[in-house]
Design a protein around this ligand. Structure first.
Ligand code: 2E6
Ligand code: F3S
Length: 324
């Protein structure tokens, strides 16, 4: 095991550190779009533009937009009359645009199109007379937004296989299921299998609603984690997709940590470590990946390798109001 690191000047005398950098990582198409909506709204309406909830779950992104003139609030009652407001990428319950219309606020919806798709599926399931079982994490804004697409009592949340066993429905009840977009691919497969076993009549989407970015980032971590002594995931503690990346790495048997910034790395973590896997959640910008690499380079000579598991080409259109 290496002795504790004393100072950056030790970097050259320490054994090299191999960095396996996952690809894809970081921003997804929905995050790119949401940030661009806020930036364009500031250009179009002038500052300040209000944003309901963190546009994406990342302090660096939020602070960057605050510097450009965004003001972040949690609820519409914090938005003054007449001010423009953007809804975050995670989606909102139907009551939110309804309230914005009642108050005649200019609003822009930055809900990721893949979350909006789940909202439409919820409406369709209800039209078909089914009760919806929603697989997601209680309290998450996307879950609150999706559950708020239907009337109270029309959707039941399950978080685990045990929750499925405890559902109070009879075998023949017309049921549908939907999922949050940022879940663990493996856990969700188990929960859906439990639902289908207990309720063979249940109707769901062809593939679960976990988005391409979530599943690609999890697959990329599965590729690097078995080769690494430690996996660092850049992301926020309230970022569901980032938390899932830490779990995926840990389930590969590798020590894994969530960090928001390079300065959170404790150099003692590197003791005895030859290979680090590095990835970033869908809301973490590439600038933070570079910051982390630069921080590690203060302590060790870095050999950087990008491990590409898939190439993403997804781009989402901006809302009509923002396209000239
Ligand atoms: C909207 C929907 C899904 O916590 P979560 O992973 O949902 O959100 P972020 O902001 O960390 O990631 C992007 C995102 C936005 N994912
Ligand atoms: Fe959308 Fe998935 Fe990103 S739901 S915001 S593409 S993590």
């Amino acid at each position: 095991m290496n002795a504790p690191l004393q100072s950056p000047s030790d970097a050259q005398t320490r054994p090299a550190l191999t960095l396996l950098i996952a690809a894809p990582r970081g921003f997804c198409a929905g995050v790119d779009r949401a940030i661009e909506i806020v930036e364009r709204a500031i250009e179009r309406y002038g500052a300040p533009v209000y944003v309901r909830h963190e546009i994406v779950h990342n302090r660096y992104v939020v602070e960057g937009l605050e510097a450009k003139g965004a003001i972040f609030v949690e609820e519409l009652d914090e938005v003054p009359d007449g001010a423009p407001v953007v809804f975050s990428a995670h989606g909102v319950p139907k009551s939110v645009p309804a309230e914005a219309e009642r108050r005649e606020l200019d609003y822009l919806d930055a809900t990721c199109p893949l979350v909006s798709k789940v909202h439409r599926q919820a409406e369709r399931q209800i039209e078909k007379g089914r009760h919806i079982i929603f697989v997601g994490h209680a309290g998450h804004p996307e879950v609150i937004g999706t559950m708020g697409q239907v009337a109270k009592g029309e959707m039941t949340l399950v978080e685990t296989v045990e929750d499925v066993a405890n559902l109070p429905f009879d075998e023949g009840t017309p049921l549908g299921f939907l999922t949050q977009t940022t879940l663990s691919v493996d856990d969700t497969a188990e929960i859906i299998a439990a639902l289908e076993q207990r309720f063979p009549q249940i109707v769901g989407p062809k593939a679960e609603d976990i988005c391409y970015a979530t599943s690609n980032r999890q697959a990329a971590v599965k590729q690097i984690a078995p080769e690494a002594d430690l996996v660092l995931v850049i992301g926020a503690p309230n970022s569901s997709n980032s938390l899932r990346l830490v779990e995926v790495a840990q389930r590969c048997g590798t020590d894994a940590r969530l960090i928001q910034r390079g300065r959170e790395i404790d150099p003692t973590w590197l003791e005895g470590v030859e290979t680090i896997g590095l990835t970033a959640g869908a809301s973490a910008p590439e600038a933070l990946v570079r910051e982390v690499v630069d921080m590690l380079a203060k302590w060790r000579t870095i050999e950087e390798r990008t491990i590409v598991s898939t190439v993403e080409k997804m781009v989402f259109k901006l809302p009509r109001q923002l396209v000239d």
